[in-house]
Write a new protein. Structure first.
Length: 338
């Protein structure tokens, strides 16, 4: 939506390297537009820079204000993407850019538009930061509640290994290649390590199960829940472990909450492809109070989770509205309505 200003870089090139390559040193104020892969990233450099072939760089003449061009390219990115010459590896050629036309009002009007956009976007960005912070605070509240709840339980009750309180159903897992899934589209969820990634026309599980990430990326980053409930009829690939609580000992929802607050770094194995193996998963212990206490714990945590989800959904919707507002303002600017 908006350009970035580049005032430093972690990657550097020597003068000798520059002289021996096809790269050129770009003057301050150059507008750089990523024209490959992720098309549409825009930057204006505040220092002399050099870029790789993934950028198309614009050095503006006296009739074109570089900040105006940056906003203009941002507004017309969808049109620019349509000029890309491939479906597998998208790239907008230099010749396509040369033939692409943009509105060019007098320089004074360009500067007025930029000043107006800067002012409006600054206010919107502050609102965006506020809603993002609200989401962060909601996540922190849930994490803090989990931590306090299970620390209290651990002070009163003993622990049991997952192997002793769950049944493992990893043996039924079966991955389906993305290309094959295109031929098997259907109504049944196809789960991966972090949730539903597709829908297929058959299922291998029927009931309520716990799915736990096997891949280390999400186990460390925790961008998505590392343990979650899947119910009904569904398919699972080999990137998630499948467990079910043993009747009379515990329940799936309590295990999910218990697992969510665990530090499992010591159980991750492998250097080339780190993961949580089934063997190590079985060794993990969680606190196991009597079933009535487990049920009360789940009900309490469910109530907090419901409130947290409502807060997050409200703020995520606000964020979407603000992003749409920015796009609308940008569009109006280049239709002469700002």
């Amino acid at each position: 939506m908006k350009y970035q200003k580049v005032s430093s870089s972690k990657d550097m090139i020597t003068k000798l390297g520059l002289d021996k390559s096809s790269a050129k040193l770009l003057p301050i104020g150059t507008v750089s537009y990523s024209s490959r892969a992720t098309i549409g990233k825009i930057a204006i450099n505040e220092i002399e820079v050099s870029t790789n072939q993934g950028f198309t760089n614009f050095i503006c003449n006296d009739d074109l204000y570089n900040y105006y061009l940056a906003y203009c390219l941002s507004n017309f990115t969808n049109d620019i993407v349509s000029l890309s010459n491939s479906t597998t590896f998208k790239e907008v050629s230099k010749s396509s850019f040369k033939s692409f036309q943009i509105p060019l009002p007098p320089l004074a009007e360009q500067k007025r538009i930029v000043a107006k956009l800067d002012s409006l976007f600054e206010k919107i960005d502050k609102a965006i930061e506020l809603h993002q912070q609200n989401i962060t605070n909601a996540n922190t509240l849930m994490a803090s509640t989990l931590d306090k709840t299970f620390k209290k339980l651990e002070g009163e009750y003993s622990k049991s290994t997952l192997e002793s309180i769950t049944d493992n159903f990893d043996g039924k897992r079966k991955p389906i290649k993305s290309s094959d899934r295109e031929k098997l589209k259907g109504e049944y969820p196809y789960y991966g390590a972090s949730g539903i990634i597709d829908y297929v026309n058959d299922y291998i599980y029927d009931g309520e199960y716990i799915l736990i990430s096997e891949d280390v990326a999400n186990l460390v980053a925790r961008k998505y829940p590392i343990a979650f409930i899947a119910s009904g009829k569904f398919w699972v690939n080999n990137h998630a472990h499948i467990l079910s609580a043993k009747a009379g000992m515990t329940n799936n929802h309590f295990i999910c909450y218990a697992f969510a607050q665990l530090d499992i770094s010591e159980y991750i194995t492998g250097s080339a492809q780190p993961k949580l193996s089934q063997k190590k998963l079985n060794e993990i212990s969680i606190v196991l109070p009597p079933l009535p206490i487990q049920q009360k714990t789940v009900e309490y945590l469910d109530s907090i989770a419901t409130k947290v989800d409502k807060i997050k959904q409200l703020n995520e919707q606000k964020l979407e509205n603000l992003k749409a507002l920015k796009a609308s303002i940008l569009d109006k600017a280049f239709r002469g309505e700002l």
